[in-house]
Design a protein around this ligand. Structure first.
Ligand code: SF4
Length: 343
């Protein structure tokens, strides 16, 4: 995300206090959601900047260091509130099975593509995760890729997850034919749901982001999965309220029930150059396991700021690490609320 800030402040060797007037002036020129970057050589700026962001309800969303300089990216204002704040941490578990993908969507939040190297969790690890997840009381498992149906052992992976909890597999729907459709057909309909991406009611916008001809193939995948007797949830990624409303009308016309609709906004992560900038503090944690470790949330499961632990096992410890991080951040927020209690 190194080039996305609207305003850049070169702090060089200055301290936070001496940069602050420039920072305030820059933020006054920003609209809600704009990004600004502070680039400096004094690492201490980071801690002060983070505290200041919490006080002022802005968000420090990224810190990167290179060649002796650190770049802090601040988003003007808070992110929209999540609708899942009451869901207990650990009730949902996400698995990124591979990261490689047959598509090259221009907003992919984890940089999946045909060129992305496969980082596979593998069937054995998934079986162990599923076993331990069942003991930990996980209600729902979400399996995502890149594109999970690229994996030769996806049938075994989904069967293991479905044995542990209700399972949803996220797919672009392109590959649901031939032996992959047979694999799908072997899975229990009452335990496996498909969430298929469809960004717009007609092909133009979907294909602009995802590639020519993908809308028609996704729709065909939706019909094939339904014909096999699976519950199918449609998931759209949109940029504006108008697009969201347009898609809602389409879903109404298709008589898709509310529980089978997902409409979310493009997140400014991965390949996206525009979208909602999300910091860790903005995201209600949904524990996410990849081949690289345990992450705070699936939307940044390739980003260092959302990595909680490198070790997946024992899963109980991974869950505990996320809960400890939640407790730490809640305590910090409560402390700031007391310090900043004005009346
Ligand atoms: S958004 Fe989904 S379909 Fe598109 S590249 Fe990323 S993982 Fe693949």
């Amino acid at each position: 995300m190194a080039d996305k800030a609207r305003i850049e402040i070169d702090a060089d060797r200055r301290t936070f206090a001496s940069v602050l007037p420039e920072l305030i002036s820059a933020l006054r020129r920003c609209r809600l959601g704009d990004l600004l970057a502070v680039i400096g050589r004094e690492a201490e700026i980071g801690a002060d900047l983070e505290t200041w962001c919490r006080f002022t309800r802005n968000s420090l969303i990224e810190t990167t260091a290179a060649a002796g300089r650190t770049r802090w990216v601040v988003r003007c204002g808070e992110a929209p509130t999540a609708d899942a704040a009451d869901r207990p941490v650990g009730s949902r578990l996400w698995l990124y099975t591979n990261f490689d993908c047959n598509l090259y969507c221009d907003y992919c939040c984890v940089r999946s593509s045909p060129k992305a190297p496969r980082r596979a969790l593998g069937l054995e690890r998934v079986r162990r995760i599923a076993d331990e997840a069942a003991e930990l009381g996980v209600d729902e498992i979400f399996v995502t890729g890149g594109e999970p149906f690229l994996l030769p052992d996806i049938g075994g992976i989904l069967a293991a997850c479905a044995a542990a909890a209700a399972t949803t597999v996220l797919t672009n729907g392109m590959l649901l034919a031939g032996r992959r459709l047979e694999t799908l057909g072997s899975l229990p309909r009452d335990r496996v749901t498909l969430q298929i991406s469809l960004d717009s009611p007609t092909a133009a916008r979907h294909d602009r982001h995802r590639g020519a001809g993908t809308w028609v193939r996704a729709w065909s995948g939706i019909e094939r999965a339904r014909a096999q007797g699976f519950r199918v949830r449609l998931a759209a990624t949109v940029s504006t309220d108008v697009q969201a409303e347009e898609f809602r009308r389409f879903l109404d016309a298709q008589q898709i029930p509310e529980e089978d609709r997902v409409i979310r906004y493009i997140a400014l992560r991965g390949f996206a150059t525009r979208g909602i900038a999300l910091a860790r503090a903005d995201l209600v944690p949904e524990i996410t396991i990849t081949a690289d470790g345990v992450y705070w949330h699936p939307v940044g499961a390739a980003d260092a700021d959302l990595l909680v632990a490198s070790d997946i096992f024992p899963l109980a410890e991974a869950f505990a690490a996320v809960r400890r991080a939640v407790d730490r951040e809640s305590a910090h927020r409560r402390r700031l609320a007391r310090i900043f209690n004005c009346a």
